[in-house]
Design a protein around this ligand. Structure first.
Ligand SMILES: [Zn+2]
Length: 58
C-alpha cells in the first residue's frame, strides 16, 4: 500500500497514512491527533515534485 502525506491545519502537524488509492481519492482521512477530517489537507509531495518543474520559470 502506498503511503500518503497529509497536513493537519488544526494541529499544524504533518502526518502520513497508508491507504489504497481509492481511499485517498475519497479524501476520508482523519488526523491521528485531533481525529478531525475537516482540517486535513493532502500533501502530494511526489506529484508536486513533477509538476512544479522549472519549465514555467524565467
Ligand atoms: Zn489534527
Amino acid at each position: 500500500m502506498p503511503v500518503y502525506e497529509f497536513y493537519c491545519r488544526r494541529c499544524e502537524q504533518p502526518f502520513t497514512a497508508e491507504m489504497h488509492v481509492a481511499e485517498h481519492e475519497a479524501s476520508v482521512v482523519e488526523c491521528p491527533e485531533c481525529h478531525r477530517k475537516e482540517d486535513v489537507e493532502k500533501r502530494l509531495s511526489t506529484f508536486t515534485a513533477v509538476t512544479s518543474h522549472k519549465s514555467a520559470h524565467l
